[in-house]
Design a binder for this molecule. Structure first.
Ligand code: FES
Length: 115
């Protein structure tokens, strides 16, 4: 297997059903809180073996109310995500298919009228 194929496999692209983007600060939250959330997300994704890709970002240009978690293709933006909140998002939304409505700050699945 080539290095590229290994990277694509490691990213989980072929089987992914969702893609999680996480802003870990530094302006929307304390970077230590963001890093703690990121480590928790990695751990829980690994433990549950849900078919998601995950990407750590340094800024979504909101810069307040973080850490932020965006779930695509749903286009759901959760703010103020803690490890405890992520656990509920994991159970209800990522596994159960029901977004946690009270924590949704914004929603845009980026679909155009043609798609
Ligand atoms: S630092 Fe998180 S949105 Fe800007």
């Amino acid at each position: 297997m080539s290095k590229l194929d290994e990277g694509l496999a490691k990213a989980g692209i072929a089987g992914a059903q969702k893609h999680l983007f996480v802003c870990i600060g530094p302006d929307c939250c304390d970077t230590r809180d963001g890093e703690a959330l990121w480590e928790f997300i990695k751990q829980r994704v690994r433990e549950t073996q849900i078919r998601v890709m995950r990407t750590k970002a340094a800024c979504f240009r909101i810069c307040t109310g973080g850490p932020w978690l965006v779930v695509y293709p749903d286009g759901i933006w959760y703010g103020g995500v803690t490890p405890e909140r992520f656990e509920r998002i994991l159970q209800d939304h990522l596994i159960g298919g029901e977004p946690v409505r009270e924590w949704i700050a914004a929603r845009n699945d980026l679909k155009t009228e043609e798609s």
